[in-house]
Design a protein around this ligand. Sequence first.
Ligand code: GDG
Length: 488
Amino acid sequence: MRDNTNLIVVSAILPIHIKKENGKYQVHISPGGLVTALKQVLHKRKAIWIGWAGSEKITPKMKNLIYEEGKKEGFLLYPVSLTNKEVEDFFNGFSNSIIWPMFHTFQYYCRFEPEYWKAYREVNKKFARYLKSISTEEDLIWVHDYHFFLLPEYLEKLGLKRKTAFFLHIPFPNPELFFKIPWRVEILRGLLKYDLIGFHTFVDRKNFLDCIDGLVKDVNILSTDPITEIVYNGKKVKVGVFPISIDFQTYQSLAKKSKKEEFPFKDKIVILGVDRLDYTKGLIHKVKAYKRFLEKYPRFHKKTVLVQAIAPNIKKIPEYDQLKIELEHIISETNGILGTPDWTPIYYFPRRLPFEKLINYYRFSDVCWINSIKDGMNLVAKEYIASQVEDKGALILSEFTGAAAELRDFACLVNPYDIEGCADALYRVLSKDSEEKRYKMKKMRKHIKHYDISWWGNTILETAFGKKIQDFPELKEDIPLHELLKSF
Ligand code: GDG
């Protein structure tokens, strides 16, 4: 980046949020993959990060707390306040009760309230006004995720000329789903005002281009791979595929220091799950499949445990409360039916694990199981791989994650809807020869080590500044699944 350029990052939520508890302000780490990834990219970069800090009013004391937290990480945090109504209609409403479910193929969870759309436009406008007050023409504004499809439109309406890049952290749906959204054309036209748009996979980009093709007139495609260039209303837009990743070296070095004595499940075969509480993560399907595995393969009784950590969600949506009830029910039912006084089949942690503990669990678990119904990427898969410093372990990975596009040759792919198939996959993974598992883990580690979070951040930023990049990972989304399913 040029010396006089500021990088201004925009996300709905800052990496920390503040809550007043017992009369005192408490700082909480915001959950989720976006925060994990961006913190690693912005660490020590000259960057301003703007977003909501979890509170309606921002007092000078809170501002100071937020500033100090950002300083520790090496960037400046600027909080934008949202009213309770905006949180309800923009955040919990349009963003998380329309876009999130629809883009993850849960169309029946969508609530298409016109009020939500109104609030979505208002909040995008509010962020544009805020950007006007802090940015200059030299800056790059890097916008994250589905809360801000309309931001460049409002920047333009305010007469601001800014270089803008957008990255979508969730999948982009195919036209059959996307076309159901009442405000579909406005969303696409809004997106086309960015200078650069990034997706995790080729399938996401194809879906986006197919939606454009069906709904927006007079779009010209100039070139395709690796970066697609399109012209709309006389403006050039670059559309790229940048699979997000992790800070491989940090996970690897912390995992090397992690101690087996601190691992609480030493004498068991451990199957690990680490997810946010979300219906997209396939948690109920996972517990059902694990139960089926134990019923089908009783020789694993008392030998295995499923350790499932579930970080709470900041989004306040009724579906999450319902999911928690159902999940706790099915976990206690499974433990009740199959457990014995000296064996609990499922350990469930309904809280955020401290980072050191998470690394310890990654390092010493025999299998990591990601069962998402749909997932943009899934960083847990990559964090587990980076922590397997002895090339042990195996990854069970849903076909419907972005990570599967990169890791499909070496992970054990599963269809999360197929309970019987997942149970058998777990059996195959546990019965496989350890040399073969080691070979596959080595291959995955080599890939993640090269295409790490620095690669992701640098590639997007350099593309935004017009540099031609040639080093892109090979995404094997076109290999027929039948070729892969027999491989594990
Ligand atoms: C969105 C997209 C995409 C989880 N539990 C604990 C904990 N975590 C951390 C993990 C990981 C992050 O949260 C979760 O990231 P994911 O990528 O798996 O999923 P989402 O939150 O849904 O993220 C996703 C991502 O954005 C990035 O683009 O990959 O597809 O949905 O970093 O480690 N961290 C700690 N304790 C926990 O209990 N410390």
